[in-house]
Design a protein around this ligand. Structure first.
Ligand code: TRP
Ligand code: ZN
Length: 510
């Protein structure tokens, strides 16, 4: 009885304890939105307290001086009674209006713009934020780096995971997707590239480019490129608009760049056969005059680097970035630790393309990766399923990540595997997901428990045993050789070097 009483008293106390914070927060709920959205890798990325539905970004840019003037209007909904909220932004702000009234603002932390509206915004009500700003984005550094790429003829925003803050204020996290209008005024003779469909108008020496993205888009997948471009428009046989653009200063790389990127329509059709219908209203890519060596899957309008075409055409990189339109852009990470859902599959799609081109099967590529790195190589210390913020784009996330996809294929068989590959982007279209969500989906479709396979290939910081899930199975190497000699003797798949040209090591500002 006594014990019983104690138990029920404890239960009562527990109920009270649980209800206290709830009712207390209901009473005193009005407060500031959190300065981060809660991503363990990037604690101050994104913000709490509101949800964005649309960005209207209106810019004027002077290529000669890097002077950027902007007015961004954000449509959002309050998720709590808000006394204050943050946007992620690094440029110099002149004025902020919230629901038509001047609001207080202050730059805090690495990239926070703290906004205090004139009155509390009630939970559930719409918020219109207007931010007016002017700066030279190439001169604004965080950790010694600018997220704005200055070029001889203009500037470019294309960065991951964080680059938006150098050209527009936002809730900078993939879980808060929105539609976008981007309008840029530039001097006649300069062109502008951004996401989606476009119109333009000219007046008194200035041209205005208006771009519109009507499908949900993560903030890091919005891009703008200003410079001297040749822009081409076309449509795929299926009627999808294709927009490609090339800097007029690509020099010796111009032919190889065009011979690769002009195959976008054909390659997007090929990928649609594997991943299901293309998720966006336009497709394309641009090759600016930049010294970088990487590409970025900016939504419907991919950023490439001329260096990727310096050794001739490279359709493999186009396949990689197009694959991201399904794996990364339409279905996006829930947390940045879920990056394998992007890079493991984009790399694997290059292996499928290699297989299709008779330049090495995915199995051969997986075996090759397995044998390339001995057990004591740092390669195997990286867990593709949780690589850590510093190793988010390490080679192992791509290559070991793709081996993990091949392991899944071997475990469930081709029929189930290709059903998973196509079903996942359809089921999760325009959403966010975790690695665990994907595992659950693959288990549902295949009817097989996959915890051990995922654990072995994605979450173990050491080299899995040869033969695990059919990777480097006995018999794939010549049996008469020692394992080491067999690895040495394994021929490099014909596609290997081109695949590795997708991502040359680069510095990134987190
Ligand atoms: N997601 C890019 C790819 O694999 C690679 C990448 C990571 C990147 N961080 C970046 C590209 C920053 C440009 C800028 O295709
Ligand atoms: Zn990628």
């Amino acid at each position: 009885m006594r014990t019983r009483l104690t138990v029920s008293a404890a239960a009562g106390a527990l109920a009270l304890l649980l209800s206290v914070p709830a009712s207390a927060s209901a009473a005193a709920q009005a407060g500031p939105g959190a300065p981060g959205i809660g991503d363990p890798y990037y604690p101050t990325a994104g913000n709490g307290g509101y949800d964005v539905s649309h960005y209207d970004i209106r810019l004027k840019y002077q290529p000669a001086t890097d002077d950027l003037e902007g007015t961004t209007t954000i449509l959002a909904t309050a998720g709590q009674d808000l006394t204050r909220f943050n946007l992620d932004f690094v440029l110099k702000v002149n004025e902020v209006l919230v629901n038509g009234r001047p609001a207080g603002f202050a730059a805090t932390g690495e990239h926070e713009l703290e906004i205090t509206p004139a009155r509390v915004i009630p939970k559930g009500s719409p918020i219109t934020v207007v931010v007016r700003y002017a700066d030279r984005p190439g001169t604004v550094l965080r950790g010694g780096v600018s997220g704005w790429l200055r070029t001889p003829d203009g500037g470019i925003a294309a960065n991951e995971p964080e680059g938006a803050a150098w050209w527009y204020p936002s809730n900078d996290h993939p879980t808060d997707k929105a539609t976008f209008d981007v309008s840029v005024l530039v001097p006649d003779g300069t062109q502008v590239i951004s996401n989606g469909t476009s119109t333009q108008s000219s007046r008194a020496g200035w041209t205005r480019y208006n771009y519109r993205q009507t499908k949900p888009q993560a903030t890091y997948l919005a891009t703008v490129a200003i410079g001297k471009f040749d822009i081409r428009t076309d449509t795929t046989p299926g009627g999808l608009p294709v927009i490609t653009a090339y800097s007029r200063d690509l020099g010796d790389n111009a032919g190889a760049a065009q011979a690769s990127v002009e195959r976008t329509g054909e390659l997007v059709d090929w990928l649609s056969g594997r991943f299901g219908p293309y998720p966006f209203g336009t497709v394309g890519g641009y090759v600016p005059n930049v010294p970088t060596g990487y590409a970025l899957e900016t939504q419907g309008q991919i950023f490439y680097s001329p260096a990727q075409f310096a050794r001739g055409a490279n359709t493999s990189v186009v396949v990689h970035e197009l694959a991201h339109q399904w794996y990364g852009d339409s279905v996006s990470v829930r947390r940045w630790s879920d990056i394998w859902l992007n890079e493991g599959f984009a790399r694997y799609s290059q292996w499928l393309w290699s297989e299709h081109e008779n330049e090495g099967t995915a199995q051969e590529l997986a075996d090759y990766v397995y044998n390339l790195y001995p057990a004591d190589n740092v390669f195997w210390t990286i867990k593709p399923g949780d690589p850590g913020p510093d190793q988010q784009f390490a080679g192992a996330v791509y290559d070991r990540g793709a081996v993990a996809v091949q392991a899944l294929r071997n475990a469930v068989g081709d029929e189930k595997f290709f059903r998973i590959l196509k079903g996942w982007p359809t089921e999760r279209r325009y959403g966010n997901a975790t690695v665990q969500d994907f595992q659950a989906y693959a288990e549902r479709i295949s009817g097989k428990p996959l915890a051990e396979l995922f654990n072995t290939w994605l979450f173990t910081p050491s080299k899995p045993a040869a033969g695990s899930a059919g990777v480097a199975a006995p018999g794939t190497a010549k049996p008469s050789l020692t394992p080491r000699a067999a690895a040495d003797a394994q021929p490099e798949p014909k596609s290997w070097k081109k695949i590795q040209e997708t991502n040359t090591v680069h510095e990134h500002k987190g």
